[in-house]
Design a protein. Structure first.
Lengths: 336, 291
């Protein structure tokens, strides 16, 4: 396992310039393309107010000092304070909103994997027949779906016309469970608060189905391609020759081996999951990171926006790293 | 002896048959092409197709689809059908611009980076990889918010996040082509670097662009729609599907479905057109992937 350790260390070290570059891009865009001060105050603010804001943002210093000042603070885990509404620390803002995003992402991810692997397996085992073509088309169509639209259509059908499910928010008013993890479903379970649990799940269904269906098409296609490839291998023939049932051949031998490339793809698609989550959150007024980002961009709260970008970059890098490590761990053939 | 009689009708039928798609995937490409072509035509001839001025109040507020307004009117009494027709202009022009910008920068930088190599290559690759791995829309949101509304600005915001796609593809190809025999031969007869890059490598690289381009355009349509859905696209009265979808969303709870349904449907149709085309070209050009 020594080589794996070396590999992990190298990957972590490689992640640092990545975050640094992303940060510089965002930093430059914010300072060069946008004018935070007039964006915050409007065009006709008095001079001293402009100076005050500049002071606060550190904009009166040369850009290179600002940048390294920010990096220095960042290394100490300090993302600065929000520019609006009581100027809370950005870190707190992020931690308040992140559990909502996490909850949505986990449930959508599960939905997409279940749909994707199921449809992909059916397509692969019905090669070039009707079901295969249907699910291939499904893969193409879902990828082209515009999340807010599909969300709005679901809201119309299940929320407005059938009245079955709420069309926005995360939980009924005053029904929040005692916060332990910040994930409402989990918290309600832990505190045995069943009213909250029902409400939380009801609110979760439409957004996660929206995002789940959008992402499922990718897994349909992946599962189909890789399973087909695997099913042509010799060990599958051997399994069949041993008289194993078709079910066992496909699920135990085929799918299990086709799973490795699918797993890598999950890591690569993680960025897409985040993007999807942002749009889903805004469509369903889901109080997560996406909603926070959008709200703060509208109010020109630059420090918070910067903090969110850093946070997203960290998550993406961490997840890709984790997937790589898991990948190396479950497939003993892979050595770095 | 069998007399072969020339029959024009048979000739035409056989010609048509030869260009007709035979496999399911070739139909994908054809359908995609038809969708894109009709939306482009819709954009070009918008003033002739649209029954009303898309930015003027022409009827009652939020009229249901009826004989006069086939898709109803929006919250400001504007004809939704006309807005959808003119919205094609926005969608097509921004997508087109964004794709052109990202394509030119991506291909050029990829060629140079791959060919020159060394420090230059490492730096560019690192920057491109950083952008590539980051959730695209989030970067585009920040960019669009900073640059402000407008066709060019929105196109730039979208182009930045798709440049790495072309860069990575071209760079990879250049790295392998650089070692190939014909490039070595060119170098041996004393061709300049410029000639090698643009006359020898470039033509071999450009052939793999259409697939990426088509799938990329699908993504660009979605990103544009997302930006305008968030109000970061074009300035207000411009007909824009994403923006209209957002505006229609506000009336949802009162069972007013038409202002959001139709603009959103157009976004999905156009995206579908590009992805079908990309998928189809992909299978036609790379038959080894055909399973």
């Amino acid at each position: 396992m020594a080589s794996l350790k070396v590999y992990i260390v190298r990957r972590v070290l490689l992640a640092i310039p990545m975050i640094f570059i992303l940060l510089s891009i965002v930093f430059l865009i914010m300072r060069v393309a946008g004018d935070p001060v007039s964006a915050i105050l409007g065009g006709h603010a008095p001079q001293e107010q402009i100076e005050q804001i500049k002071q606060q943002l550190g904009l009166n210093k040369p850009i290179i000092f600002q940048f390294f000042g920010y990096i220095g603070q960042l290394l100490r885990g300090n993302l600065g304070r929000s520019l609006i509404w009581g100027q809370r620390p950005v870190v707190n803002e992020i931690w308040d909103h992140f559990p909502a995003t996490l909850e949505l992402s986990i449930s959508s991810f599960l939905i997409s994997i279940i749909i994707g692997i199921f449809t992909g397996t059916v397509a692969a085992t019905h090669r070039n027949r009707f079901l295969d073509h249907t699910f291939r088309l499904y893969g193409i169509i879902t990828y082209g779906l515009f999340i807010p639209w599909i969300g709005i259509m679901l809201q119309l059908l299940f929320g407005v016309y059938l009245g079955l499910l709420p069309i926005g928010g995360r939980i009924g008013t005053l029904m929040e469970p005692k916060s332990i993890t910040g994930l409402y479903v989990l918290d309600s379970l832990l505190t045995l608060n069943f009213d909250s649990l029902v409400s939380a799940i009801k609110h979760l269904i439409l957004p996660s189905v929206t995002l789940g269906v959008y992402l499922s098409g990718i897994y349909t296609r992946l599962t189909r391609t890789h399973l087909m490839e695997t099913l042509e291998k010799d060990f599958i023939k051997a399994a069949r020759a041993r008289g194993l049932s078709e079910r066992a051949v496909i699920y135990k031998h085929g799918l299990k081996n086709a799973f490795i490339p699918i797993l890598t793809m999950m890591g690569l698609q993680f960025a897409l999951l985040l993007v999807g989550a942002v749009l889903t959150e805004i469509t369903f007024s889901w109080p997560g990171m996406g909603t926070l980002l959008f709200e703060r961009i509208t109010y020109r709260d630059f420090t918070t926006v910067q903090g969110i970008i850093v946070f997203f970059a960290l998550i993406v890098v961490t997840v890709n790293l984790l997937v790589d490590i898991i990948y190396a761990y479950i497939d003993p053939r892979i050595r770095y | 002896m069998v007399q072969v009689k020339y029959s024009p009708s048979k000739f035409i039928v056989s010609k048509l048959k030869s260009i007709c798609p035979r496999k399911g995937t070739e139909y994908f490409a054809l359908i995609g092409f038809i969708i894109i072509l009709s939306i482009i035509l819709m954009a070009i001839f918008a003033p002739f197709i649209a029954p009303y001025n898309p930015i003027k109040k022409v009827g009652g507020i939020l009229e249901e689809p009826n004989g006069r307004f086939i898709l109803g009117t929006d919250g400001l009494g504007r004809d939704i059908f006309s807005r959808i027709i003119f919205g094609a202009r926005t969608a097509i022009s921004v997508t087109f611009l964004a794709v052109i910008i990202s394509l030119s920068f991506g291909v050029l930088l990829g060629l140079l980076s791959g060919y020159i190599g060394g420090k230059f290559d490492s730096i560019f690759s690192l920057v491109m990889d950083a952008i590539y791995s980051f959730p695209g829309l989030i970067l585009a949101i920040v960019l669009a918010a900073m640059l402000g509304p407008g066709i060019l600005n929105t196109a730039i915001a979208i182009a930045v996040i798709y440049t790495p796609t072309y860069f990575r593809m071209v760079r990879g190809l250049v790295l392998s082509l650089k070692e190939s025999l014909f490039v070595e031969a060119a170098r041996a007869i004393g061709a300049k670097d410029r000639t090698i890059v643009f006359k020898y490598i470039f033509p071999n690289v450009i052939s793999s662009v259409p697939i990426v381009l088509s799938l990329n355009a699908a993504d660009a349509v979605l990103t544009l729609a997302a930006l305008s859905f968030l109000g970061l696209g074009l300035p207000a009265p411009t007909p824009d599907w994403g923006f209209d979808l957002k505006a229609g969303h506000a009336y949802l709870a009162s069972k007013i479905w038409w202002p959001s349904t139709f603009p959103g449907l157009m976004i999905v149709i156009l995206t579908l057109g590009f992805s079908l085309l990309g998928e189809g070209i992909n299978e036609i050009l790379t038959p080894e992937l055909r399973r």
